[in-house]
Design a protein around this ligand. Structure first.
Ligand code: SAM
Length: 399
């Protein structure tokens, strides 16, 4: 049982091993904005906040790229900094004390992020994912969430607004984020074993603190809470089944991620990838699973449900079963570079456009021209030749 929390409604779900309890709250989608009196290093403009509370009527044409793919998801990196040094993402040998992260004046302000997100929504984006680096280290993040939660699709509906985090600051921030309008969250956790997790996160960060962040997200009513686990051969394979069992008992959706060749600092080798098929077989042998279809075109994870009805898992198989044909994702980095592929070697300078021209129409035209020239399908082309490309690091681009 989780500790009692004031004003929280308990709910229960049955499992094969008994009943698991967690708490849900009801909350407004656009709640009070926390930390209003803390200007932070990237403050926000009250007038703009109020202006964006109104739904927008827009009927802008939706661009398609050269392979006929629309833009559906926008991943927004709010910082290139992270408090973890995961060996597969930001190894401490490369990103040590002397590493020069972006200075504050080079990262997009909240107002600039909102403007870019709004332009993308007008071009057809329906889902926003806040990421980093570690997004929770960006000061006043709930204020940005409130600004983005106020955006509306052409039909007046709210967007799917979510966030990916290492969970280390979720105990403090889950409630303010939910109150600001965050609907759901994904937390990264690679093992329940402290020795394995501590070695993978590079700073010996304890499992218990991430679990506590996950419980805080559940208590705050974020729904669903998903957990990402990168699986690396010879490092945390033994953690697959304990993680799956824990996720079943807790009521979170676990998603296994094949170790990917993002960036060029992690020394990636194909031999270290545990293929999706093997992951599904391992879990299925313990608890039978059956495939379910994607919720929408371009959904990242292959979904499987447990045959006994106790939830589902996802597997993100970018290496062994690439899904470029359905990739509808754009990424905007903390410094405002637009990337149209996770494995891109170059981006497009949206910050320059935003700071140089106040016209929203010009911004939409700029983004449209980039999207309409897009033909990326790196994962399908992955080969020895692509291995040596000077790819951008995931934490810099936004994971
Ligand atoms: N700091 C946040 C976090 O830890 O979730 C957000 C950024 S992180 C780059 C986003 C996701 O990318 C995490 O789930 C992380 O495990 C995953 N990731 C990073 N490098 C990866 C790699 N080489 N292969 C597969 N997944 C990776």
């Amino acid at each position: 049982m989780l500790p009692a929390v004031d004003g929280v409604v308990e709910s229960a779900r049955g499992t094969s091993s008994g009943t698991r309890w967690y708490r849900r709250t009801t909350r407004s989608r656009i709640g009070a904005v926390p930390h209003r009196d803390d200007p932070g290093s990237q403050g926000y403009d009250e007038r703009l906040m109020t202006a964006t509370l109104e739904p927008r009527a827009h009927g802008t044409a939706r661009p398609r790229d050269l392979l006929g793919r629309p833009v559906h998801d926008l991943r927004i990196s709010v910082t290139d900094r992270c408090n973890f040094r995961c060996t597969y993402c930001m190894p401490k040998e490369v990103f040590g004390r002397d590493y020069a992260f972006l200075p504050h004046d080079q990262i997009l302000t909240f107002e600039e992020i909102e403007r870019v997100a709004r332009a993308f929504v007008e071009l057809g984006v329906e889902k926003l994912r806040i990421t980093g680096g570690e997004p929770l280290v960006r000061r006043n993040l709930p204020a940005l969430i409130a600004m983005l939660a106020a955006l509306r699709k052409a039909d007046g509906e709210a967007l799917d607004l979510t966030l990916t985090t290492n969970g280390s600051a979720l105990r403090a921030l889950a409630r303010p984020l939910a109150d600001a309008g965050l609907t759901r969250v994904t937390v990264s956790l690679d093992s329940l074993d402290d020795a394995v997790f501590g070695a993978m996160n590079g700073i010996d960060f304890p499992v218990a603190r991430v679990l506590d962040g996950i419980y805080a997200a559940l208590e705050a009513g974020l729904d669903p809470v998903k957990v990402n686990m990168v699986v690396r051969r010879g490092v945390n394979e033994a953690s697959v089944l304990p993680m799956a069992g824990w996720a079943r008992d807790t009521g979170v959706t676990l998603r296994f991620i094949e170790y990917m060749d993002v960036g060029h600092s992690n020394g990636w080798r194909l031999e270290e990838v545990v293929p999706a098929a093997e992951l599904a077989a391992t879990v299925g042998a313990a608890w039978p699973i059956e495939p379910i279809g994607a919720a929408y075109r371009g959904e990242v994870a292959e979904r499987w449900r447990y045959a006994d009805g106790v939830g589902e898992i996802g597997i993100i198989s970018s290496v062994t079963r690439p899904f470029c044909g359905d990739c509808t994702r754009a990424r905007i980095s903390a410094e405002g570079m637009l990337y149209t592929c996770l494995f891109a070697v170059r981006g497009h300078d949206v910050r320059g456009q935003v700071r140089g021209d106040p016209s929203d129409e010009a911004l939409r035209a700029f983004l449209t021209s980039i999207w309409e020239r897009r033909d990326d399908r790196y994962s399908e082309l992955r080969s020895r030749a692509t291995n040596d490309l000077p790819k951008i690091e995931m934490f810099a681009m936004g994971g």
